[in-house]
Design a protein around this ligand. Structure first.
Ligand SMILES: *[C@@H]1O[C@H](CO)[C@@H](O)[C@H](O)[C@H]1NC(C)=O
Ligand SMILES: *[C@@H]1O[C@H](CO)[C@@H](O)[C@H](O)[C@H]1NC(C)=O
Ligand SMILES: CC(=O)N[C@H]1CO[C@H](CO)[C@@H](O)[C@@H]1O
Length: 364
């Protein structure tokens, strides 16, 4: 039997000792990836509550701790650190020099033809929740910024706004297709952490362009995660979330708080596939702002967590790497069922990495 050494990430984070426990992985993945049925479980004792919640079956016990304290426990394995998986973040770009990303982040394209610099922080928050060292689910993914929003440009022109998003999505598809034949390609995920009301698309006069492009993304074998929207209304009326009715391969993510209740500000309803933590989520932001750390709430953060979970699954389920529909089924099958509050209108599932049991909590 092969013995695993300490994961470099555990050293980087100065985590408690790595311990080994048997975990269940699908037999197909096991035969391909594992010399035996044991794999190291890494426990990060300095995690945000959101990472503890997605990697255990039990609700988070705060025991007096604030939600933004970094003392929760995240358990994962070397197989689900997302190594080699490429995540296209269609947003405001990424602060790629942020030390939380190591050398794993880059900005590929800006639809503004500018210097690619991230001027908002929003895209960096998303990138952090997906794959930063301390706040990220998949601590070894490749993060690729596709800049389609910028506070420096007029966003009131809906035609230009939709054109930019559509063009950014198209760029991601082209890059994904170009990478498909490359040696060691492990698959791609497109993260869409935004939602706009239908009226905006109507005003833009080309409401189907983005939808068609997203259909193409699914057909080309990209996994696509979508924020449900944060207008406190039916997610079917916000887009791209509402496209899930016509493009069932999209994964629409609602948001919950630390009590496993739907986040009050989040969209709801039958267009939600599943929920993930989205209230008071600690993540990265621009290095120049508050030391590069930000606590924030919204479905853009819950969708990012699901992106990270999918990246993890891609390490374990090789057969689903370019099968968005199959991956969506797996993610929904593994999710915790019937435990959420405030989700009567739909999506009573909480994303779960499948890590058995719960961390041992010791309070003094
Ligand atoms: C990511 O994976 C690469 C390749 O396996 C490895 O060399 C590197 O140490 C890993 N990085 C982290 C932060 O785990
Ligand atoms: C809005 O953007 C479109 C596409 O970039 C452009 O053709 C149009 O002139 C713009 N409209 C206004 C009012 O600036
Ligand atoms: C590719 C594309 O449509 N780019 C547009 C993005 O938005 C700005 C205005 O905010 C336009 O000037 C670009 O042409």
């Amino acid at each position: 039997m092969k013995t695993f050494t300490f994961s470099p990430i555990a050293l980087l984070l100065s985590l408690p000792a790595v311990f080994t426990m048997p975990i269940t992985v699908s037999p197909r993945a096991a035969s391909k990836l594992l010399p035996c049925s044991k794999v190291n479980v890494i426990e990060q004792g300095t995690a945000p509550w959101s990472l503890q919640r997605i990697s255990g079956t039990a609700p988070v016990t705060q025991n007096g701790r604030p939600t933004d304290e970094l003392s929760y426990k995240y358990r994962y394995t070397e197989l689900d650190d997302g190594e080699g998986v490429e995540v296209y973040i269609v947003d405001t770009g990424i602060d790629t020099e942020h030390p939380e990303f190591g050398r794993r982040a880059r900005n590929a394209i800006s639809t503004f033809n500018d210097d690619l610099e991230e001027n908002s922080g929003h895209g960096t928050q998303i990138a952090g929740a997906i794959g930063s060292l301390h706040y990220g689910v998949a601590k070894n993914v490749s993060l690729i910024g596709i800049k389609v929003f910028s506070p420096l440009f007029d966003s009131k022109n809906s035609t230009a706004l939709i054109a930019n998003i559509t063009s950014g999505v198209e760029s991601a598809i082209l890059m994904h297709n170009a990478r498909k034949a490359a040696k060691g390609f492990k698959g791609s995920i497109m993260n869409l952490g935004f939602g706009f009301p239908k009226e905006l698309f109507d005003a833009a006069g080309n409401s189907d362009a983005l939808k068609k492009m997203l259909e193409k993304a699914i057909q080309s074998g990209m996994h696509v995660t979508v924020a449900a929207g944060d207008r406190k209304r039916d997610a079917c009326t916000d887009f791209p979330a509402g496209y899930v009715k016509d493009i069932p391969g999209l994964i629409v993510v609602g948001a919950t708080d630390v009590f496993d209740k739907r986040l009050e500000t989040a969209d709801f309803g039958p267009c939600i596939d599943l929920h993930a933590p989205g209230g008071n989520i600690v993540s990265t932001t621009l290095r120049g702002v508050n030391g590069g750390v930000k606590v924030d709430s919204g479905t853009f953060l819950s969708a990012a967590l699901v992106t990270g979970v999918i990246a993890g699954e891609m390490g374990k389920n090789i057969n689903l790497r370019t099968d968005p529909v199959g991956m969506k089924r797996l993610i929904k099958d593994k999710a915790l069922k019937g435990i959420l509050g405030g989700v009567e209108a739909g999506g009573d599932l909480l994303v779960y990495t499948g890590m058995p049991g719960n961390p041992i909590e010791e309070f003094v």
